[in-house]
Design a protein around this ligand. Structure first.
Ligand SMILES: Nc1ncnc2c1ncn2[C@@H]1O[C@H](COP(=O)(O)OP(=O)(O)O)[C@@H](O)[C@H]1O
Ligand SMILES: [Mg+2]
Length: 360
C-alpha cells in the first residue's frame, strides 16, 4: 500500500505541468472574489475545485478559459504565459453548466463547429466528428437538434464539442448540476471512463463533495476565494487540515478542547490521548469511526446515551451523548435490534482515527 502510494507520487511528480496558476487575483471593484490562487495541474490529471456556492470556482475556471481577465497574477499553459492570450487561442475545451449548445444546429454540426472555425478540411472534419460522436455514444443521434435530446445526451454533445478540438486542458463547470440524481451518478461514471481513456488533463468545478471524491485525482477545497487544502480525496477526507474542510466534506463531529499533558479534553468531559498539539484544538470524529465497544477490543469503552436515530438503509446514524458532548455515529443493527432514544450503548473511539485541526 505504501509502495503503491509512493509510486503514484513519483509518477505525478515526473509528469510535466500543463496548467499553472500563479498568484492569481480577481477583484470586482472593491470586492476581492479570488485573493491569491496558485495551483499546478499535471498532464492527465483530473483536478477538482470544490467549495460552496459563491466561493470563486467559476471565476477561477473562467480566468483559465480566458473569459475573465485576472486583476493580477499569471496563467501558464504548457509553459506559455497565456494571461493575455484571447480565449480562442488558448487550446482549452470547456463544457458550460447549461451546456450552451447551438439550438439551430444538429448534434453533428455542434461538434463540427469549432473544427470549421479553425479551418480544418471537410474530409478531416467529418472523420473527427464521427470519432467524437462514437466516443460519447451518440452516432445514432447525429442529425437530431439539441431540443430533441435528454439532459444527459446534451451534456455528451457539449463534451464531444469541447474535446473535438483536442484541447490541452478540458474545463467542466458543474457538469452534472442539471441532471437528476440517478442519471448524475451514471454519467459521472461514463465521464470518468472517457476522460481516463483520453488521458485528458481536466479541471472541473463542483459544490458536490461526492462528485469531487469519486472523480478527482486531486481536490482543491476553496472557501471565500482562498484555497483551504489541496490533496487526494483520501487526504482531504481522512486528514482535513481545517475545520472548514472537515465540515464541508463528509459528516463529522467537531469538538473544541484543551490539551492537558498528553490528553485532549473537551468542555463536555470527553478525553482522548493527544500529544504534540498546541494548547487548544478541535477534534474531528467521523461517524464511521465511532464503534460499538466490542468492535474495538483494547480501546477504552464509554457509555453513551442514544438521543436520536436516523435510518439510512445501509446504516443507521445515531446521535449520542457521551458525558457532556454530543457525537454522531454510523453503525448497523440486526433487524429488530434498532435501539430507541434514551437507551444506553457502549461505544469506543479509536484514537488513531481522530484528527485535530486548529480551533475556530
Ligand atoms: N461580474 C461580476 N461582478 C461582481 N461580482 C461577481 C461577478 N461575477 C461573480 N461575482 C461574485 O464573485 C463571487 C464568486 O462567484 P463564482 O466564481 O461564480 O462562484 P462559484 O462558481 O464558486 O459559485 C460571488 O460572490 C459572485 O457574486
Ligand atoms: Mg459556479
Amino acid at each position: 500500500m505504501q509502495i503503491l502510494a509512493r509510486d503514484a507520487v513519483v509518477r505525478a511528480v515526473e509528469r510535466e505541468t500543463i496548467v499553472s496558476f500563479r498568484n492569481l487575483r480577481k477583484d470586482y471593484g472593491a470586492v476581492t472574489v479570488v485573493p491569491d490562487f496558485s495551483l499546478e495541474i499535471r498532464r492527465g490529471e483530473l483536478v477538482c475545485l470544490l467549495g460552496p456556492s459563491g466561493c470563486g470556482k467559476t471565476t477561477t475556471l473562467r480566468m483559465l478559459a480566458g473569459f475573465i481577465q485576472p486583476t493580477r497574477g499569471k496563467i501558464m499553459i504548457e509553459g506559455e504565459d497565456v494571461t493575455y492570450v484571447p480565449a480562442y487561442r488558448r487550446d482549452v475545451g470547456i463544457v458550460f453548466q447549461n451546456y450552451a449548445l447551438f439550438p439551430h444546429m444538429t448534434v453533428a454540426k455542434n461538434v463540427e463547429y469549432g473544427l470549421t472555425n479553425i479551418g480544418m478540411k471537410r474530409q478531416d472534419r467529418s472523420g473527427r466528428v464521427q470519432d467524437m460522436l462514437g466516443r460519447v455514444e451518440l452516432e445514432h443521434l447525429a442529425e437530431r437538434y439539441p431540443r430533441e435530446l435528454s439532459g444527459g445526451q446534451q451534456q455528451r454533445v457539449a463534451l464531444a464539442r469541447a474535446l473535438a478540438l483536442r484541447p490541452k486542458v478540458l474545463l467542466l463547470d458543474e457538469p452534472f448540476s442539471n441532471l437528476d440524481a440517478q442519471l448524475r451518478v451514471r454519467l459521472r461514471e461514463d465521464l470518468h471512463a472517457l476522460i481516463r481513456n483520453l488521458e485528458m488533463t481536466t479541471l472541473f468545478v463542483t459544490h458536490d463533495q461526492d462528485e469531487a471524491l469519486t472523480l478527482a485525482d486531486r481536490i482543491v477545497v476553496m472557501n471565500k476565494g482562498a484555497v483551504e487544502q489541496v490533496g487526494s480525496p483520501e487526504e482531504i477526507y481522512d486528514a482535513p487540515a481545517t475545520r472548514f474542510v472537515a465540515e464541508f466534506i463528509g459528516r463529522c463531529t467537531l469538538l473544541e478542547g484543551n490539551i492537558v499533558g498528553h490528553e485532549f479534553r473537551t468542555e463536555g468531559g470527553l478525553t482522548l490521548p493527544a500529544c504534540g498539539l498546541p494548547r487548544r484544538a478541535t477534534v474531528v470524529i467521523r461517524p464511521e469511526n465511532v464503534k460499538k465497544s466490542h468492535e474495538l477490543p483494547g480501546v477504552l469503552a464509554r457509555q453513551a446515551t442514544i438521543e436520536g436515530t436516523d435510518y439510512h438503509g445501509a446504516m443507521t446514524r445515531l446521535q449520542l451523548r457521551l458525558n457532556g458532548s454530543r457525537i454522531i455515529m454510523d453503525t448497523q443493527f440486526a433487524v429488530g435490534q434498532k435501539p430507541k432514544p434514551g437507551e444506553q450503548l457502549d461505544v469506543a473511539i479509536d484514537p488513531s482515527n481522530v484528527r485535530f485541526v486548529p480551533p475556530s
